[in-house]
Ligand binder design. Structure first.
Ligand SMILES: NC(=O)c1ccc[n+]([C@@H]2O[C@H](COP(=O)([O-])OP(=O)(O)OC[C@H]3O[C@@H](n4cnc5c(N)ncnc54)[C@H](O)[C@@H]3O)[C@@H](O)[C@H]2O)c1
Length: 129
């Protein structure tokens, strides 16, 4: 797949796998990468790393709720980059420890990010694509 010149959005790009994806796509020639994460400082750091590579790196702080992964992220991405060709719906969360200690709130949070976040991301970006 040709990456050069592409507009990219990576959710959960502030750390781990998402950070790796964002940096790899910037190194492969992406024109701009939106680093979308709920952790603002981490996202800022990755955006700065991308800028240092010579790419356009933009941080977007997201709220914990997955809805932001849909509409508002799409609007920001197109307004900022002008075009978007790649969405990496990477953001994910998991709680550790025995399953019987997992609270309903924890479980809802995981579904919110891991299931609804991916759904709204695909829906919103898919319509724009
Ligand atoms: N690391 C592994 O070995 C591994 C293996 C299998 C699956 N996974 C899954 O892959 C995903 C990423 O893993 P990782 O190791 O990079 O995790 P990580 O915790 O290092 O990174 C996840 C990032 O997502 C961000 N995030 C959380 N909720 C968000 C939201 N609502 N919107 C935007 N960003 C949000 C976090 O702030 C964090 O920066 C997770 O779902 C994880 O469960 C990881």
């Amino acid at each position: 797949m040709e990456i050069t010149g592409k507009g990219v959005v990576v959710t959960g790009a502030g750390s781990g796998i998402g950070r790796g994806i964002a940096l790899a796509l910037a190194q492969a020639g992406a024109e701009g990468v939106i680093v979308a994460d709920v952790q603002q400082e981490k996202a800022e750091g990755v955006a700065a790393e991308i800028l240092a590579l010579g790419g356009q790196g933009c941080r977007l702080p997201l709220r914990r709720e997955s809805r932001g992964i849909g509409g508002s992220l799409g609007r920001f991405a197109w307004q900022t980059l002008g075009h978007v060709e790649i969405l990496c719906n990477n953001a994910g969360v998991v709680t550790t420890g025995p399953g019987f200690d997992t609270t309903e709130q924890d479980l809802r949070w995981q579904f919110e990010v891991n299931v609804f976040g991916v759904f709204f991301g695909c829906k919103s970006f898919g319509q724009r694509f």
